[in-house]
Write a protein that binds this ligand. Structure first.
Ligand SMILES: Cc1cc2nc3c(=O)[nH]c(=O)nc-3n(C[C@H](O)[C@H](O)[C@H](O)COP(=O)(O)OP(=O)(O)OC[C@H]3O[C@@H](n4cnc5c(N)ncnc54)[C@H](O)[C@@H]3O)c2cc1C
Length: 430
């Protein structure tokens, strides 16, 4: 395939879809290239296994699991729907004021908290326990429509079949309504460069053949692990050196009576330790199918308890990790937790254990999952690989995804990426 477009967006996740919709709204000619397929049957384990990179077994060279989805809408399809502003200072340090864009994003994504009946008794019990232990637990903001969310049988992290959760497919659909072209199953290999400027891309359409597209402006939004690979293949230095992945563990117990296994994840939580220690706590357990796999990975002797999934009560510790490791040109990556990362996670696990026991889970029912990363980013950081307008060292080449975030947020990143996308549209709009 050979063609030409004014604006070429590579990747259709949180960053890419926002830029595509924003530019298409202005009447500009926009083409989106997405490596993954356009599956519509979301909300089941088969879908998740099909779209997760490595079918859920993507690992660093050292064996640490990291999750990313390769599908139209990217990883937004698998989120818990939790909305969180970035901690103060991360962008201000670079003289970037995301405030107005975050406000607009919260309106677009209809951010709200969920009612008690959707949150469920198990999570509400943890709020009580947290408060009784002197912490401040509260409802978290969600980009989930409470009217459509089905409590007691939530499948958030498998893709919401009820359409209750916002995903970047909403922006993709809007981009298409304004004339944008979205081409799935096209993997971009490298940016074509002429005279110090990006002039298009070269890639491959699955089952069809080579693709070459000329473009006026190219925006890489292939995610924290995808963009640095394209950058390196295009000869751009610095990309992929050091990254964060917000490592997380679930401390899980089994409650004798309360049932929370099928409740929506991350409906409540505490940010008490965010600034002081660099972690957040919030109730989550894996969806029931992957729950069994996580027991096998962490504590095979507990496998029989899989049947007690409805009574599982889990608290996630999501930590701010140090920038370390690297993403390589061949898509392999290296990541090990530093001593500091490990001790941050251990502190969260200790508090979670005490909370679960206090909530009524027998202490011998508790196990801790293996560490995983769910928000890979920081591989093309603002101030190092891109400037504050998200422009690379090449003219007409920009980046808008988790790779530009300068430091781990230890918190959900979608709100931040949509806000960055809106800001970039303002910079680029014709
Ligand atoms: C299980 C899970 C739960 C999460 N929960 C939350 C939550 O509650 N709230 C929150 O804010 N965040 C959450 N996140 C994180 C959030 O989903 C991601 O951080 C966010 O989607 C990243 O956006 P992005 O634009 O950087 O990349 P992505 O959304 O990953 O999009 C990148 C896209 O680029 C495509 N791509 C990659 N390489 C190429 C290539 N070479 N050519 C063409 N296309 C390419 C990919 O297929 C993908 O579609 C969660 C993540 C996971 C995995």
């Amino acid at each position: 395939m050979k063609k030409r477009t004014d604006y070429l967006v590579v990747g259709s996740g949180a960053g890419g879809a926002t830029v595509a919709a924003g530019l298409a709204r202005t009447g500009a000619q926009v083409t989106v290239l997405e490596r993954g397929p356009d599956y519509s049957r979301v909300g089941n384990h088969l879908f998740t296994i099909a779209v997760l990179d490595g079918h859920g077994f993507l690992k660093s060279n050292e064996g640490m699991g990291v999750a990313r989805a390769l599908v139209t809408g990217g990883s937004t399809l698998l989120t818990c729907g939790t909305a969180c502003r970035p901690p103060a200072g991360v962008f201000e340090k670079h003289a970037i004021d995301l405030g107005p864009y975050l406000e607009e994003t919260e309106r677009d994504l209809r951010v709200t908290t969920l009612p008690d009946e959707t949150i469920g008794e198990a999570a509400l019990r943890l709020v009580e326990v947290g408060d009784s232990m002197g912490m401040h637990w509260r409802k978290l903001d969600k980009f989930i429509d409470p009217e459509k969310c089905e409590p007691r049988f939530c499948n958030c992290m498998l893709g919401c079949p009820k359409g209750a959760k916002w995903t970047s497919r909403e922006y993709l659909d809007e981009a298409k309504r304004h004339g944008a072209e979205v081409l799935p199953r096209v993997t971009v290999d490298e940016v074509l460069v002429s005279g110090g400027a990006a002039v298009g891309i070269r890639g491959w359409e699955k089952g069809v053949g080579p693709v070459e597209i000329e473009s006026g402006v190219t925006i890489l939004a292939a995610g924290g692990m995808g963009t640095p690979v394209i950058m390196q293949r295009s000869g751009i230095e610095g990309a992929g050196e050091g990254f964060f992945c917000d490592p997380l563990v679930f401390t899980v117990g089994f409650h004798p009576t309360l049932e929370g296994g099928f409740d929506p994840p991350m409906t409540v939580g505490t940010f008490d330790f965010w600034e002081s220690d660099g972690f957040v706590l919030s109730p989550v357990v894996d969806p029931w199918g992957s729950f069994g796999i996580e027991i096998l990975r962490a504590r095979p002797a507990f496998l029989g308890r899989w049947a007690r999934f409805p009574h599982a009560m889990g608290i996630m510790t999501k930590a701010k990790d140090e920038l370390s490791g690297r993403v390589n040109i061949d898509e392999t990556f290296s990541k090990v937790l530093t001593h500091k990362d490990r001790s941050v996670l251990d502190k969260g696990i200790g508090i979670s254990r005490r909370m679960l026991v206090e909530a009524g889970c027998p202490s011998d029912s508790i196990f801790v999952t293996k560490v995983r990363g769910a928000h890979p980013g920081g591989t093309c950081r603002i101030g190092e690989v891109v400037d504050t307008d998200l422009k690379t060292g090449l003219d007409n080449l920009y980046v808008c995804d988790a790779s530009v975030i300068p430091d781990s947020l230890a918190a959900p990143v979608v709100l931040t990426l949509v806000a960055l996308g809106k800001r970039l549209v303002e910079h680029l709009r014709p």
